[in-house]
Every structure is written in structure tokens, then in C-alpha cells.
Design a protein around this ligand. Structure first.
Ligand SMILES: [Zn+2]
Length: 208
């Protein structure tokens, strides 16, 4: 069973200033929105009316950062509006869906609702929706950054040389040089050296 968050909490999952516009979509199309709380690789999904009383249903992963949450929700709403126009006659992420997604995104750019790097990546996706797979990868990468930064999560490779970081168990290390494929890092307290994978997740420490 999916754990659900109450819908009135929706605003807290969204970037500031976007709630009203989002609610307009949800009420216009009478969407049953589910915010899942479990950590899973599924970002969101859309199910069309089943003809037996169930209407449009969208679920979005509530562990996403605000920008990923918004864009995932808009992605699913684009599936909804595409379904309304074309039913099942078009490909899931075909040119019709891209057109819908682009059109929906227009309402969220140029209003300082998104940080500049996200805005830029969104505009790139909109400018070239027909070939958006590369642009979307870029968008995903930009968004992913906010996931880690949300909780001060970084990869060891993102810590500057000589910079301090903390592991989950609270130990503090100073990043050293890359040796073959691992970073040599010194534990500050014990002055012992350890090897870390470049993509080991750590927290940055400002100063001791
Ligand atoms: Zn999709």
C-alpha cells in the first residue's frame, strides 16, 4: 500500500509561487493526485479515466526536491492533456506529448519561479521539444543537483581538494588527491588515511 500525504500539504512540495497554477490544472481536470512518500526510482505516473468511474489519476514521488516535483507533475499533466486530445492514438512521449509539455512549461518560465540553471535547462527542452532526449538528460542532471544539495549531500569528487566533509557516522575527513580511481582522504581526528569512491555521498563541512 502506498503511503499518502494529504493534498493540502501540496504547496510544501512545490517551488514558491507555483501552487495556484498547479491547482488550476488539478481542479480543471479533476485530477486525483497521490503524493507517495516512499523512496523509489519512480518519479511519477499518470493513469487515464478507466470508464468505470475513476478519473484522471497522477502520482508523484514526494521525496523529490521542489523543482523535480513540479516538473514531474507537469510531465504527468502533459500526459493527461495529450490523452484528452488524442486518447491512446499517439506515442507516450511522441511529438504530441512534447508539444503539450512545452505549452504547459511556458506558464512557468520567465517569472523567476525557478533557479537560473533550472530555468535555462527547461527553456532548452522547450526550444527543441522534437529532439528533447539530450536536453532532458541535461535537465535531469541539473535537477538531480538540487536533490543532493537539499540535504547537503555531495559526492566526494565534488568536494574541493583540501576541503572538509563528513560521513554519515559523523567522522570528518579532508579530501586529498585522486589515486587511480579513489580519493585519498585524511580523517582529521586520527590523522589516518582512507580511500573513498568518487561517488561516495558526504556532507560538506564549512570549517572546524
Ligand atoms: Zn512520461
Amino acid at each position: 500500500m502506498k503511503k499518502e500525504a494529504p493534498l493540502n500539504a501540496l504547496a510544501s512540495y512545490l517551488p514558491e509561487g507555483t501552487f495556484g497554477q498547479v491547482m488550476e490544472f488539478l481542479t480543471t481536470y479533476k485530477v486525483h493526485l497521490t503524493i507517495t512518500r516512499e523512496r523509489s526510482s519512480i518519479l511519477g505516473d499518470y493513469r487515464h479515466p478507466d470508464g468505470q468511474g475513476k478519473g484522471h489519476r497522477i502520482s508523484v514521488n514526494g521525496s523529490l526536491n521542489k523543482y523535480s516535483f513540479l516538473l514531474t507533475l507537469l510531465h504527468e499533466i502533459a500526459h493527461l492533456t495529450t490523452f484528452n486530445k488524442y486518447a491512446n492514438r499517439v506515442a507516450a512521449h511522441g511529438k504530441e506529448w512534447k508539444q503539450e509539455f512545452s505549452y504547459i512549461l511556458h506558464g512557468f518560465v520567465g517569472k523567476s519561479l525557478l533557479p537560473p540553471d533550472v530555468e535555462k535547462a527547461v527553456r532548452q527542452s522547450m526550444a527543441n521539444p522534437a529532439a528533447s532526449s539530450c536536453a532532458d538528460e541535461n535537465l535531469l542532471r541539473v535537477l538531480k543537483n538540487y536533490d543532493r544539495q537539499k540535504e547537503n549531500h555531495f559526492f566526494v569528487e565534488q568536494v574541493p581538494l583540501g576541503g572538509l566533509f563528513k560521513t554519515k557516522d559523523g567522522r570528518v575527513f579532508r579530501r586529498g588527491a585522486l589515486i587511480r580511481k579513489r580519493y585519498r582522504c585524511e580523517e582529521v581526528v586520527s590523522q589516518r588515511w582512507y580511500l573513498f569512491s568518487p561517488v561516495y555521498e558526504v556532507e560538506l563541512v564549512e570549517a572546524l
